[in-house]
Design a binder for this molecule. Sequence first.
Ligand SMILES: [Zn+2]
Length: 89
Amino acid sequence: MRHRRGINLASPVDYAVNLDRETLGSLPEMFVLVAACPLCLKSTPLDRWELGRRIGKHITLATLARRLKCSGCGNRAGNGLLLGQLPRD
Ligand SMILES: [Zn+2]
């Protein structure tokens, strides 16, 4: 799957990111977050900085995932997070 800006997306496991431990604040800046709905398969880029301001940057990514609501179909169950890595230049 590709981010709209051409960033490769992968499961957090592939980046050795532990969703139960990393928070919006602790996740390295090079990562972008994308929400993925298991029902309609829609994926939506999340603005992690805006989220951090709104709900607090100490929330773990696992907790964040449980609070996601799909903007496509409204599903709240089982939404996942994908990570993308910004190119370094
Ligand atoms: Zn959906």
